[in-house]
Design a binder for this molecule. Structure first.
Ligand code: GDP
Ligand code: MG
Length: 597
């Protein structure tokens, strides 16, 4: 393809503003997929994504479009994920394209992820075309939103395209704008090959599939390639493009986006951001690298039934084939037996993986308290990366502890500002900035990540009735007065419930936890003390009273169905319990005990 006829772009938007719907319309309008094959949200392929309406893996599609100038163009769209946990996916795919459609819901306006994503696009040097979506809605206020884009983001938006991705209004204008307003890529066909490794995933039939953007040179089937970061060599079996299904092609030239397969065994062997070149006469200098994504939230995953351990191991290995950003190491817990300590990019990522393990692999799992990674500086000068509070060294050997902090940006309507400030303050936040954009406030806070990972987003949604939007980036580590809090159930410490807390918050946190556990753990035939402790000191205590022997006695008299139902309910409840000493703890308790409300 003539490089001047290529346009590579992404769509950036806040979640639910219509990115996937617009992508579908573009695919349809260019005849890439027949109407019969068209199903809604074609690019959101995994079931969980479909159900939750979120896009996790970046997807790409090649559209062929005859423009009003009578010429044929190739338009490559990369669909990027919209959730904070997957920000790294956004940044990597941004560097593979030259422009972005900035989609803003005309009835909602600019939100936190609009900002975070558009700034990434601006950082990547993109030309940006503002698109106002959902103009079919009576609540749409395109003029106000144009002003807001100009004020808040600081880009020209007078020529924003007004569309309805739902009804199809304005889709033709979007296609024309892609051709006329976005720049074509640059690159030299006769230079040594430089291809950017944008993404990779495991395909059951093809093995590892690598998404590449050719910067310079040409890539053909049968050639031998070299990964510049590792010097690993592979013969290329297949190259192709996405339409949106995979279609084999003869070669990929500068400016093009496509895939290659090369008998690569694992996704781990492909480093996102790496430069791919030819084995012979290859490039000397790699492209500037991407930032590797690192897990920031860790938790233990244990099978409820110990005999499912092997099945869990297999399932984790299968999921890792496709997701190199999810780490897992075997772990043993005194209370929970054999399981895995797993690392995730954020809490949503954790939930998605846990759901898939439970649903697709039919496993019953106990998830232990999520934890961030602490840096423990020991008195002997060594630094320990603590992924699990249970592994905390003896306090006498600790000099100081550092925790990760984030910069959080929250956009919220005025009326809820007070509640948001209080929430951030309660979570040890330090306010960095507070500005107004129309009737919305934009607050920027420096917060400890550990105060955010459990339930911050849920709390924020609830105090603002769903009107706040939130985005964050991890900024670095900072020392604070952090201690390990243990929980004792029936006088036995349950390591899976240990957490790191700030000393000043420990008592309140401990009290909240034991109260929660009191509700979550069912009554037994004996009294159960539940205690929170720091070092050997008890800071909070509750007691679950003993159960009367005949539980069905309270179903006055002879209602047999009610009695049976109650017994069945108890039996069903049992299945999801785990025994600790003499006490049965339901599996949800491990994660719910940490949520504060
Ligand atoms: P994404 O999260 O940005 O990918 O958003 P989606 O494309 O999944 O759209 C979110 C919701 O908005 C879905 O229920 C869509 O049907 C709806 N939607 C998208 N575009 C329009 C539009 O132009 N008008 C209206 N009324 N609804 C739309
Ligand atoms: Mg989507």
């Amino acid at each position: 393809t003539d490089i001047s006829r290529i346009r590579n772009f992404s769509i950036v938007a806040h979640i639910d503003h219509g990115k996937s719907t617009l992508a579908d319309r573009l695919i349809q309008a260019t005849g890439t997929v027949s109407d019969r094959e068209m199903k809604e949200q074609l690019l959101d392929s995994m079931d969980i994504e479909r159900e939750r309406g979120i896009t996790i893996k970046a997807q790409t599609v090649r559209l062929e479009y005859r423009a009003k100038d009578g010429l044929d163009y190739v338009l490559n769209l990369i669909d990027t994920p919209g959730h904070v946990d997957f920000a790294y996916e956004v940044s990597r795919s941004m560097r593979a394209v030259e422009g972005s459609l900035l989609v803003v819901d005309a009835s909602q306006g600019v939100e936190a992820q609009t900002l975070a994503n558009v700034y990434q696009a601006i950082d990547a040097g993109h030309e940006i075309v503002p698109v106002l979506n959902k103009i079919d809605l009576p609540a749409a206020e395109p003029e106000r939103v144009i002003e807001q884009i100009e004020d808040v983001i600081g880009i020209e938006a007078g020529d924003a395209i007004r569309i309805s991705a739902k009804t199809g209004i304005g889709i033709g204008d979007v296609l024309e704008a892609i051709v006329t307003r976005l720049p074509h890529p640059h690159g030299r066909a006769d230079a040594p090959l430089k291809a950017m490794l944008v993404d990779s995933w495991y395909d059951a039939y093809l093995g590892v599939v690598v998404l590449v953007r050719i910067i310079d040179g040409k890539l053909r089937k049968g050639e031998r390639i070299r990964m510049m970061s590792t010097n690993a060599l592979y013969p290329v079996d297949r190259i192709g493009v996405f339409r949106p299904g995979m279609q084999v092609v003869e070669e990929l030239g500068p400016g093009e986006l496509g895939f290659l397969t090369a008998s690569i065994k694992q996704v781990r062997d492909t480093r996102v951001g790496d430069t791919i070149t030819h084995e012979r006469k290859g490039a000397v200098e790699p492209l500037p690298g991407f930032q590797p994504s690192i897990p920031v939230v860790f938790c233990g995953l244990f099978p409820v039934d110990a005999s499912d351990f092997e099945a869990l191991r297999d399932a984790i290995e299968k999921l890792q084939l496709n997701d190199a950003s999810f780490s897992a190491e075997m772990e043993t817990s005194a209370a929970l037996g054999f399981g895995f300590r797993c690392g995730f990019l954020g809490l949503l990522h954790l939930e998605v993986i846990r759901d898939r393990l439970e649903r697709e692999y039919n496993l019953d799992l106990i998830t232990t308290a999520p934890s961030v990674v602490y840096h423990i500086y020991k008195t002997d000068g060594a630094m320990l990366e603590l992924h699990n509070p249970a592994d905390m060294p003896d306090v006498v050997r600790i000099d100081h502890i550092e925790e990760p902090r984030i910069k959080a940006t929250i956009l919220v309507p005025d009326e809820f500002l007070g509640d948001v400030l209080k929430l951030c303050q309660d979570r040890r936040g330090v306010q960095l900035d507070l500005t107004y954009a129309g009737s919305r406030a934009m607050v920027v806070y420096d917060l400890p990540l550990n105060e955010v990972v459990f339930d911050f987003y849920d709390r924020l949604k609830s105090v603002t009735k769903g009107y706040a939007s939130f985005d964050y980036t991890v900024t670095g580590y900072q020392e604070d007065d952090l201690v390990k809090m243990q929980v004792l159930v029936n006088d036995e410490p349950v390591d899976a419930l240990s957490t790191m807390v700030h000393r000043a918050r420990a008592e309140a946190r401990g009290r909240a936890m034991v109260e929660k556990l009191k509700e979550l753990i069912p009554q037994h035939l004996f009294k159960i003390p539940i205690q929170a402790a720091i070092g050997g000191r008890i800071i909070a205590r509750e007691t679950i009273s003993a159960l009367r022997k005949d539980v069905t006695a309270k179903c006055y008299g002879g209602d047999a169905t009610r009695k049976r139902k109650l017994l069945e309910k108890q039996k069903a409840g049992k299945k999801k319990m785990r025994q600790f000493g003499r006490v049965d703890i339901p599996q949800e308790a491990f994660i719910n005990a940490l949520k504060m409300d």
